[in-house]
Design a protein around this ligand. Structure first.
Ligand SMILES: NC(=O)c1ccc[n+]([C@@H]2O[C@H](COP(=O)([O-])OP(=O)(O)OC[C@H]3O[C@@H](n4cnc5c(N)ncnc54)[C@H](OP(=O)(O)O)[C@@H]3O)[C@@H](O)[C@H]2O)c1
Length: 232
């Protein structure tokens, strides 16, 4: 699978799955505009990539000014964007509504909810300039209707439902333009571990799903990846 010459943006790319995604696309020939809240963390991601294929940017999705600045910085460097990956999202734990402080709740919704929407909005002109644009969102099982399995805070559920709702309507509305909107709804997954049927889902398998969907020819609009959760 080669992504030679593709222009790819990834949020939350300073560690974990976002870093894996940035490096996976860069290894296959893409040029990646990787963003994270912490400039040092995303610079480390860029340093891990060969041939300077990953450029580092600061973007805190919970701060609209930095979201706009990230989109503008990409626009200064390229006249099109082929893949936008919404990976960054703050996890919030505690099953009871009272388990989290107001600012943590606000931050959770502002980042995954408003931040995802604003970044899509501000990058849409560049996506429209591509002849093979994909918008990929790492949602979560917490964004599925009727999925109650996680102990995450209700604000995290709300934020992931916001991402799922946005992706759902955009998939429908952007389909006539040939822009694919691809969402993944994984259960809890681990960064490293065995890839066997009696093990937790791994980040590598999640990344492989993204690579697979983006690699499909343009007649193939994969809208969602749903996962059966391991029951112990
Ligand atoms: N791991 C799971 O079990 C699981 C399951 C289902 C879905 N997901 C989703 O998959 C994605 C990646 O998961 P993960 O396990 O790699 O996540 P993670 O380890 O919890 O890391 C979250 C990532 O999002 C970034 N982030 C948090 N708030 C942000 C903000 N306001 N602006 C920009 N970036 C922000 C973090 O950056 P910092 O380093 O600055 O904190 C970090 O890079 C997330 O969207 C997550 O919700 C994960």
């Amino acid at each position: 699978m080669t992504f030679e010459g593709l222009r790819v943006a990834v949020t939350g790319a300073g560690r974990d799955t976002g870093r894996r995604l940035a490096l996976a696309f860069a290894e296959r020939g893409a040029h990646v505009y990787a963003a994270a809240r912490d400039p040092a963390a995303v610079t480390s991601t860029a340093d891990l990539a060969q041939h300077g294929r990953v450029e580092a940017f600061a973007c805190d999705l919970a701060r609209p000014d930095t979201v706009r600045a990230y989109a503008a910085a990409i626009a200064e460097r390229t006249d099109r964007l082929d893949v936008l990956i919404h990976n960054g999202a703050a996890y919030l734990s505690g099953p009871d509504l009272l388990d989290a402080a107001d600012d943590a709740i606000e931050n959770t919704l502002a980042g995954a909810g408003t931040g995802t929407l604003l970044l899509t909005k501000h990058l849409l002109p560049l996506l429209r300039a591509s002849d093979r644009a994909d918008v990929v969102t790492l949602v979560s099982g917490c964004g599925e209707v009727g999925n109650h399995r996680s102990e995450a805070h209700p604000a995290f559920y709300a934020a992931k439902h916001a991402q799922a709702g946005l992706a759902e309507i955009l998939s429908h509305r952007l389909r006539p333009e040939g822009i694919r909107v691809i969402s993944l709804f994984p259960p809890d997954f681990v960064q490293d571990g065995p890839r066997t049927a009696d093990s937790d889902l791994t980040a590598q398998s999640v990344v492989d799903c993204v690579l697979f969907a983006v690699a499909q020819p343009r007649d193939c609009f994969i809208r969602e990846f749903r996962f059966e959760q391991l029951r112990r």
